[in-house]
Design a binder for this molecule. Structure first.
Ligand code: NDP
Length: 479
């Protein structure tokens, strides 16, 4: 059994009330360890450690902070194999994916913000002949970071790195479903010389541990990634305390394919944008709209490609699709496939649970393509967050634009076309925080990242994140 502990004030500790939660390996459907089910008291201890570390950390030079962040990044890279295996075991994703994407990106997050903080500057404004104004960007104090299970270390570090780079101290909670790499990060931080109390990692349920963080009156800002309903709940609790909030929430992203695109590139990328990480990426293009003139060809080619994807144990080198993260999530995704049938959807491929030899209790599901008769059905409107996509044809640009925007979410959109004017027209009008044209999930960490509508509030990435984790104070000096 692999049991883990909270990381508070630089040391590993059991939860005060000695309550524990089972941790599952989704590829086997078995418990493989226990994690703390932390209570308010543990969060309070984490807060106190963060509070006492803050005066010194916030006054630590930028160079020193930067050096420590970059050291953390290097240590993650040195432990690439161990982190990748742990991520895959906890989440069900192929080890190859964790090794190529999740863990390198987690290291990049620390390196990026270690460098970014050395370039972060504030403004000054001269009121000519009267005064000079300059703006200080001061760390907030103790902040909370709460992350989901789909990209566990990747999203956890995407919040923690800018928070500590900017001079804050952190109380962080990873998803209780995937806590393992966050636990391993604690060891790395100590080894890199991060002073005790700067980062505190508290494990447990959202409804108890997470709730204690958002309700804590002295945790001044919350950076949260997760579901829209949870985001709304957090906003309700945090608003009367005037906490700063960054909410990165759900998505139901359109993938719009015009006949004039580079077809092979589009087809290969669409397979990825549909099913990477078992479709459990908030940015996946789960609604595919194809121009009518190439619809039948696309349908045939897409089904052929998806049929060739191998669903298997995450440790197998040739596995394309691993296990879904949990039994409950598998059931939820399967329910949506049933809903599609009642809504006159046609399952073009997939829809069934897969039994992987030797791992019969694992949570495996075929990649699933559903042809929908209208964009208004539930499978086309609600976030499924699994290996399920819908496809349907369209005739006109304004028709597809309307359908693309007709959901409550607005996270990302993908557009496949070689027509420059259309690209510009549509990019302007798509209701999304991120538009990819002729690519998907190409990320530059300097760019603003986030959604509109029910996909969230605020932006992460680059200086946006450093602005979020600081308070601006204007100083006006009269000549
Ligand atoms: P949840 O909203 O269920 O959980 C996210 C995190 O919040 C978890 O750590 C969870 O803990 C915690 N939490 C739950 N309830 C509370 C509470 N009352 N107070 C404080 N914290 C709480 O999301 P999932 O983990 O299921 O993640 C999937 C969702 O995340 C999808 O909707 C997806 O679209 C979204 N997402 C958005 C991204 C974006 O950048 N916009 C990126 C990735 C995912 P616990 O796990 O213990 O319940």
């Amino acid at each position: 059994m692999q049991n883990i502990q909270n990381y508070i004030n630089g040391s590993f500790q059991n939860p005060i009330q000695n309550k524990w939660i089972d941790n599952y390996n989704p590829s086997k459907g078995e418990v493989y360890g226990q994690i703390p089910n932390s209570t308010k008291e543990d969060v309070e201890n984490a807060y106190k450690a963060a509070k006492s570390a803050f005066p010194k950390w916030s006054q630590t030079s930028i160079e020193e902070r930067s050096k420590i962040l970059i050291k953390i990044s290097e240590l993650i890279e040195e432990n690439l194999d161990a982190f990748s295996q742990a991520e895959s075991k906890d989440n069900g994703k192929p080890i190859s994916l964790a090794k190529a994407v999740d863990i390198p990106r987690s290291a990049s997050n620390f390196r990026f913000f270690g460098n970014a903080i050395t370039q972060f500057a504030s403004e000054s404004h001269e009121s000519i002949g009267q005064a000079i104004n300059y703006t200080l960007r001061q760390p907030i104090g103790v902040v909370g970071c709460i992350s989901p299970w789909n990209l566990p270390l990747y999203l956890f570090t995407w919040k923690i790195a800018p928070a500590i780079a900017a001079g804050n101290c952190v109380v962080a909670k990873p998803s209780e479903v995937t806590p393992m790499t966050a636990y391993l990060l604690g060891e790395i931080c100590s080894e890199a010389g991060l002073p005790k109390g700067v980062l505190n990692i508290v494990h447990g349920l959202g409804s108890t541990t997470g709730q204690a963080i958002i309700e804590h009156k002295d945790i001044k800002a919350i950076s949260f990634t997760g579901g829209t309903a949870t985001g709304a709940h957090i906003a309700k609790i945090a608003a009367p305390m005037f906490k700063k909030l960054s909410l990165e929430l759900g998505g139901k992203n359109p993938n719009i394919i015009f006949a004039d695109c580079d077809y092979d590139d589009m087809l290969n990328t669409t397979v990825r944008s549909s099913f990477a990480n078992q479709g459990q990426i908030c940015l996946c293009g789960s609604r595919i709209f194809v121009e009518a003139s190439i619809y039948e060809k696309f349908k045939k080619d897409f089904v052929t490609k998806v049929k060739a994807l191998k669903v298997g144990h995450p440790a197998e080198a040739n596995t394309n699709i691993g296990a879904l993260v949990s039994k409950a999530h598998l059931e939820k995704v399967k329910e949506y496939i049933d809903i599609a049938k009642t809504e006159n959807g046609t399952i073009l491929y997939g829809g069934n649970k897969v039994t992987v030899e030797g791992f019969e209790n694992g949570y495996y599901l075929e990649p699933t393509i559903i042809e929908v008769p209208s964009d208004e059905c539930r499978v086309n409107q609600e976030e499924i967050f699994g290996p399920v996509v819908t496809i349907m044809p369209f005739n006109k640009e304004d028709e597809v634009l309307k359908m693309a925007n007709k959901v409550k979410y607005g996270l990302s959109a993908t557009l496949w076309t070689n027509n420059l004017k259309r690209t510009m027209r549509m990019s302007n009008q798509l209701q999304a925080g991120i538009v990819w044209v002729n690519t998907w999930m190409m990320r530059d960490l300097r760019t603003p990242f986030g959604g509109i509508k029910a996909s969230g509030v605020g932006r992460e990435g680059g200086f946006e994140a450093l602005r979020f984790f600081t308070e601006a104070k204007n100083v006006c000096i009269k000549y």
